[in-house]
Design a protein around this ligand. Sequence first.
Ligand code: CP
Ligand code: NVA
Length: 313
Amino acid sequence: MRILKVKSKDFLSVEDFSGREINHIFAFTSALKAEIKKGKKHNYLHRKSLAMIFEKDSTRTRVSFETGMTQLGGHALFISGEEIKLGKRETVHDIAKVLSRYVDGIMIRTFSHANVAEMAAYATVPVINGLSDSFHPCQALADIFTIYEREKGLRGVKLSYVGDGNNVANSLLHCAALTGVDISIACPNGYRPDEGVVEFSRNAAMKTGSRIEITDRIEEAVKGSNYIYTDVWISMGQERESAKRKKIFAKYKISKRLLSACAPGCRVMHCLPAHRGEEIDADVLDSERSIVFDQAENRLHVQKAIMCALMTK
Ligand code: CP
Ligand code: NVA
């Protein structure tokens, strides 16, 4: 299989890839996934190392990146925020320079997106955003890939998102717009996706034909949707706003009743971790409509394709 070389050095936000590049990554992901299931061994990142910095908790991101590196013939090292102390023990600038002398790629999960951007600016190796307060691009690629593999393409698909216009929503909007998926986001006023993200996505949509809607009317947003998505009301770092957010988002939940307002056979998506009874009812999350574990699995396959695209240059 030929690996696509993407233009960008880094993957900080979905915008770093073009729609064409995303489609190539999806095709490469499909091939990698099919081959590994047949027992084929890959060596695309033979003896390469990925440093993974985690300032926030994780299950999927850590395990999928670490396993992904092993499956590609390389190795990943976990570095906790507690030990590296970004900007406290030393500057992000110095960490970027030092790590670039040891490893072939850096994955970072942090709070401020400025940390991710600074790491990328000074690292000479590729930097991958494993989630910041603003974006979760690996998640969005895995999510849209999950739809792509179910539908065998993305034409005519409508995705709705109900809840907080957060990091996951921002990246999902970017990715839907770049790949021509129609997306309707229902969120309370004051919790809409980032303005810059909306503007970029509306421009991208003019080329791809994706229809974008952002509203506070939940039923209207989910009407006719083939996929309905939600994420937690309280993201990592927002714990102090917990009581306020639970009130504001109370209506923004996926329930059986809301599912019946979507297109027949609509599938349910969540990036996980989920809070049953808050943004999604347990009988929906645990139902046969739910494809949340396919999404989780596809983090592994998509990220392997992303690492191949960035780290084999
Ligand atoms: N969806 C996701 O990024 O999961 P983790 O926070 O467990 O990595
Ligand atoms: N929006 C959530 C996503 C977790 C994967 C958060 O940032 O905590």
